[in-house]
Design a protein around this ligand. Structure first.
Ligand code: ADP
Ligand code: ZN
Length: 736
């Protein structure tokens, strides 16, 4: 890559200096712009340029400018931001991600440059201090209070000072006018304190130490990808904290990626305990102000460790030395819209391009990562035992065909008995059901009418607590009607099947005295309430927890010994080639919550298919057997990582148009005997948000250039017209 500085030629008659600028829109390549006289830019400089009628933020890019363009038509860069240019390896990363996902590079750049404010230097803080030189005016009580606060040494701005003194801002303003208070400009406070790598963590077990040593050795010298495969509670976090300490000692930065919902306060506190400082955070819940400040601090190198959701991967680190992808198997790493990418895989790519190690950690790795480790592409680090010595939970199945509950109830007598035993010993029980709301389907007893969403092929889910029927795909909701909209009979609606709210109803009938908590992402109160509820659980002030996916990750509940899975078959029914894997992971993760510290944990799976291989693997704790079977199946079918796969999702407001264009695409696919194209098939979720969807699946050998094939195909096919849209999903995770 070039690192030259382009300075505009000063002489009038010389040809203007031209550069390539990548703009944040969906175009294939950078555009050519003029560097006006007196301006200096270099590859990576962040600039403002005209684009059509607008001004947009872009970055000077690599490659030579198009000199055949009519010079009169080339527009000039308007402004260069006074911030560090995007580094060579970040630009390379943007190009690679675009290339891999078949996205426009500008759309990937957009994930890097998220706010203009972050590009400008942060303004200093304006504080007010006492000016001893000014003559003291008459002091009211209010004014006196302000001076008292200032006298105590507080350095505050106008509004904060007024509120600290309990007066209105006009009182403070009056003192400023009288020059008793004068302005003092202070540099903005740091976003976060530097973590201290010299502190010691838990003394590690010998297995942990061996794994940590390999990572420490890799930091700075061995840009490899590691798979840290350790059972729940094996102390993976402690191990990768050692690697982070090593990175910090080398004055480099580290990034820990977590699925958004596992990004908890508990985790941040744990980091703080280990390194005596909180890391910088990056996720959808931080305020715009913190977002700007964090972006800047990451770019300047001031933020040493970032803990973030997938989008943190696109931060402009000054000197990144390690990425940890925790819960690497998690589907939340895949972004499904705009740029469709998997942050786990792109993290591996970023490490590869910038030559630093990447650690993928999980108790239930993805089948891909396991195979990649087996075949030597990743280095495997195993932790087969819990760090505290606690035994792994015992797993049992309840065959719901024989031992199920009576009609209209959802918990088998055996499970109820175990809950009883658990809570009467002062321990906690968790009931897991990955279904929000009260009931997944509502129908009319008289005419059979079923409530479904008009925009999606999905039933409306009853949320009794909110009194609504809700679509979980598009968010549409309506009040629960008093009579059937079809036959108009009152009081005929019945709820079919359970959601967490309905389980809670069963539980309060069975255990009227127990302290019960429902944890589900749609409960009112948001993040604050959730934080408090987590605390209640941690402190043992809840007996029975009923939760969705939200409880499957991220939290340690020390007092929890029983986990009951209400419907272990739930994920298996939907024709998804990854269904077995996903179900296995979820079941192992959620039952792994039991007895983390004390041992004596038990997991109970309610199932109608106890003879399923995955139930067997779970019962016997036979992870190896499970991965073996799955790997073999993938190998036989040529599925990733043995082969390569991409999905094309064709959508349109009109079903026939979507189908017709899917057929046009198939008929224009370049002939190639190394590629199989399946479909078009109507998507399992055929209608989403008012769009009909058809799918094509492309499968090739591993060594085949899938992206090149797709690019050629789409370039040669007739362009879609009207509202028809094609979305490409390389290495799809979801098949709905
Ligand atoms: P994982 O990430 O593998 O699930 P954690 O790192 O969260 O495991 O560790 C699980 C629990 O064990 C935590 O409470 C942690 O503090 C504790 N722990 C981890 N390593 C050790 C150790 N070497 N000695 C004692 N306790 C440990
Ligand atoms: Zn809907």
């Amino acid at each position: 890559m070039q690192t030259d500085i382009f300075t505009a030629h000063e002489q009038e008659n010389e040809a203007p200096t031209l550069v390539q600028v990548l703009v944040p829109v969906a175009v294939e390549r950078p555009y050519t712009y003029k560097v006006p006289a007196g301006m200096a830019v270099r590859p990576g400089s962040i600039v403002k340029v005209p684009l059509g009628p607008q001004l947009v933020i872009g970055a000077v890019w690599d490659g030579v400018a198009d000199t055949k363009l009519d010079p009169k038509k080339i527009r000039g860069i308007v402004h260069v931001y006074d911030c560090a240019p995007l580094g060579d390896d970040l630009r390379k990363f943007v190009d690679w991600v675009a290339n891999w996902t078949l996205s426009a590079p500008g759309m990937v750049l957009r994930m890097v440059l998220r706010s203009e404010e972050a590009l400008q230097p942060e303004p200093p803080q304006v504080c007010l201090q006492f000016n001893a030189a000014a003559p003291l005016p008459r002091l009211t009580q209010a004014r006196q209070r302000v001076l008292d606060v200032v006298g105590e040494g507080a350095l505050l701005g106008k509004a904060d000072l007024a509120s600290a003194a309990g007066v209105s801002t006009s009182v403070v303003e009056g003192l400023k006018q009288a020059q008793v208070l004068q302005e003092l400009l202070l540099p903005p406070p740091p976003v976060c304190k530097p973590p201290d790598p010299s502190l010691q963590g838990h003394p590690l077990t010998s297995l942990q130490q061996a794994a940590a040593n390999q990572l420490i050795e890799a930091v700075g010298s061995n840009p490899q990808t590691f798979l840290l495969d350790g059972v729940t509670g094996s102390g993976k976090t402690e191990v990768y904290f050692e690697a982070i300490a090593a990175v910090l000692k080398q004055q480099k930065q580290a990034l820990i990626l977590l699925p958004e919902i596992a990004l908890t306060n508990q985790f941040l506190e744990r980091f703080e305990k280990r390194f005596a400082a909180r890391p910088a955070e990056w996720h959808s819940k931080i305020t715009p102000k913190t977002r700007e400040r964090t972006w800047r601090a990451v770019a300047s190198g001031e933020a040493k460790v970032v803990i973030g959701a997938r989008s943190a991967l696109f931060l402009p680190f000054k000197k990144l030395g390690l990425i940890v992808v925790d819960e690497e198997h998690d589907g939340a790493y895949k972004q499904g819209d705009r740029v469709v990418y998997n942050a786990r895989d792109m993290a591996v790519l970023r490490g590869h391009l910038s030559k630093f190690p990447v650690v993928l950690a999980s108790a239930t790795p993805s089948v891909e990562s396991r195979i990649n480790a087996q075949e030597g592409r990743y280095q495997l680090l195993s932790l087969p035992e819990r760090a505290t010595g606690a035994a792994m939970p015992r797993i049992e199945c309840i065959d719901m065909r024989q031992d199920g509950p009576e009609r209209g109830k959802w918990l088998a007598p055996k499970l109820v008995k175990d809950i009883h035993a658990t809570i009467s010993q002062g321990k906690q029980a968790l009931l897991f059901l990955n279904r929000r709301g009260y009931a997944p389907l509502t129908l009319c007893r008289t005419c059979g009418h079923r409530f479904h969403c008009d925009n999606c092929s999905a039933w409306l889910v009853e949320h009794r607590f909110k009194g609504k029927l809700v679509c979980h795909h598009c968010g549409y909701s309506q009040p629960i009607p008093e009579k059937c909209p079809e036959c108009s009979k009152p009081d005929t609606l019945v709820a079919c099947g359970p959601g967490v709210e309905r389980i809670a109803e069963d539980i309060s009938d069975l255990f009227p005295d127990a302290r019960v908590l429902v944890l589900s992402s749609d409960m009112p109160g948001g993040a604050e309430r959730f934080k408090e509820e987590m605390k209640l659980v941690e402190e043992g002030r809840v007996d029975i927890i009923i939760g969705t996916q939200l409880v499957a990750k991220g939290h340690n509940f020390p007092n929890l010994t029983l986990v009951g899975v209400v419907d272990a078959d739930l994920g298996l029914a939907n024709g998804d080639p990854r269904a077995a894997e996903k179900t296995y992971q979820l079941m192992a993760q959620v039952t792994g919550r039991a007895g983390r510290i004390c041992g004596q944990g038990k997991g109970i799976l309610q199932t109608y298919n106890p003879e399923q291989p995955i139930m067997n693997a779970l019962l016997k704790g036979d992870a190896e057997g499970f991965y073996e079977t799955e790997s073999q199946a993938r190998k036989n079918a040529g599925l990733p990582p043995f082969g390569r796969m991409a999905a094309l999702v064709i959508s349109a407001a009109n079903r026939a148009e979507a189908e017709a264009y899917s057929r046009v695409l198939v008929s224009h696919s370049p002939p190639n005997d190394q590629v199989s194209i399946l479909g078009p098939a109507e998507a399992a979720l055929a209608l989403v948000r008012g769009k009909y969807r058809f799918r094509l699946l492309v499968i090739t050998r591993r060594s085949f250039n899938l992206q090149g094939f797709l690019r050629q195909w789409l370039a040669n096919a007739p362009q879609p017209r009207g509202g028809v849209r094609v979305q490409i999903d390389v290495d799809p995770q979801s098949f709905l």
